[in-house]
Design a protein around this ligand. Structure first.
Ligand SMILES: Cc1cc2nc3c(=O)[nH]c(=O)nc-3n(C[C@H](O)[C@H](O)[C@H](O)COP(=O)(O)OP(=O)(O)OC[C@H]3O[C@@H](n4cnc5c(N)ncnc54)[C@H](O)[C@@H]3O)c2cc1C
Length: 324
């Protein structure tokens, strides 16, 4: 593209979606990204599972899963709370969809996307200019018709195109869509996430071996679900990240009941979801719980509504004891 056709593009936010977009735009346009956080910002949770379709797209823009410490997820296992394996299902997504499903530490994934957006073009063997990253600068207002943003220091910046990607709790979205635009609603769910270094966990366990679902030689690249199966819908979801040197645990609180949610792709598959839900319904003997089961179904469609927090390492020995 000739330099006269090059668009000046302002992007608000430097989340995962934006960094991928910045990498794509840099081939032909000049992108400037304004991020309110500093360079180390990494939002929303600790591990992230990238399904095969996403991996496929990222490969086309130079994404290197080895740099991101990605661990292929090759199956799903469910356990009862005594640590017995209930089901162990292979899911060869690479054979089926042409790409692996990858689990990553969110910050590692972000670092790799940041590299793709900002590394010198020669390093990436592409044309165009790196995106310009402006950290610690919040966009406080936007004039959508003029393409002008106001920054936290009071200055303004103009562009041919402004992309607003300031996350699920966006403040600027309604400047474009008006007051009837989309607003995230809280649905009473809280997702607790923690990424724990294997070394730290071993130290905390003080000689007690890592449980079957965690130990790299026995977890067999599974995303595991530890289920209480006692009508309380308590589930712990865990999967390895960063070359198996870290582990992600996910916990959801639902209407006062602790529930942990699977963030892997199998349960996004409608049929698998249905099978799982039917099993849960059968196990659920209490009528008043039925309402909660339906709410639980909704979790899968409403992940973006979750409010994430961090757990402290002190929870780990308790989980380990319960599962081993
Ligand atoms: C608990 C949890 C688990 C998840 N797990 C998965 C998973 O396993 N697999 C998966 O595919 N997806 C998962 N997701 C969804 C995924 O994280 C989001 O879809 C993705 O992060 C969206 O990217 P984004 O760039 O739109 O927004 P975000 O990543 O939220 O980034 C928004 C950025 O904008 C910045 N910002 C906000 N306002 C301003 C402003 N005014 N000025 C400048 N900067 C601003 C913020 O600091 C932030 O850096 C999960 C989400 C959560 C909450």
């Amino acid at each position: 593209m000739s330099s006269s056709n090059k668009l000046k593009i302002i992007i608000v936010g430097s989340g995962l979606a934006v960094l991928a977009v910045a990498r794509i735009l840099r081939d032909h346009h000049q992108a400037t990204v304004y991020e309110r956080g500093d360079e180390a910002v990494a939002t929303g949770g600790q591990g992230i599972i990238l399904a095969s379709n996403g991996v496929k797209i990222l490969r086309t823009i130079g994404y290197d899963s080895t740099r991101a410490g990605a661990v292929p997820i090759l199956g799903i296992r469910t356990y009862d709370k005594e640590g017995n394996v209930l089901e162990d299902a292979d899911m060869d997504l690479e054979a089926r969809f042409g790409e692996e499903c990858l689990a990553q530490k969110r910050s590692d994934f972000r670092d790799e996307l940041l590299r793709l957006a900002t590394a010198p073009s020669a390093e990436l063997d592409i044309e165009g200019d790196p995106a310009e990253m402006v950290f610690s600068t919040q966009v406080v207002d936007l004039e959508p018709e003029e393409g002008v943003v106001t920054l936290s220091d009071g200055s303004t910046a103009a562009a041919d195109v402004v992309i607003v990607a300031d996350g699920v709790h966006s403040r600027l979205r309604n400047r474009i869509l008006g007051s009837n635009g989309y607003t995230a609603k809280k649905v009473g769910l809280t997702c607790y996430r923690v990424a724990i270094s294997v070394e730290d966990a071993k130290r905390a366990l003080d000689g007690v071996p890592l449980p079957h679902w965690w130990e790299p030689s026995t977890c067999k690249n599974r995303s595991s679900l530890l289920m209480s199966n006692d009508c309380s819908f308590r589930v712990v979801t865990c999967y390895p990240i960063r070359y198996h040197t870290y582990f992600n645990l996910s916990i959801i609180k639902l209407q006062g009941v602790e529930v942990l949610m699977l963030l892997g792709p199998t349960y996004h598959h409608k049929k698998a979801q249905e099978v799982q839900m039917n099993k849960m319904r059968k196990r659920n003997q209490e009528d008043q719980r039925r309402k909660d089961v339906e709410s639980y179904c909704c979790i899968y469609g409403a992940r973006h509504r979750l409010h994430s927090q961090h757990l402290h390492l002190q929870y780990v020995p308790a989980l380990s004891r319960e599962a081993s």
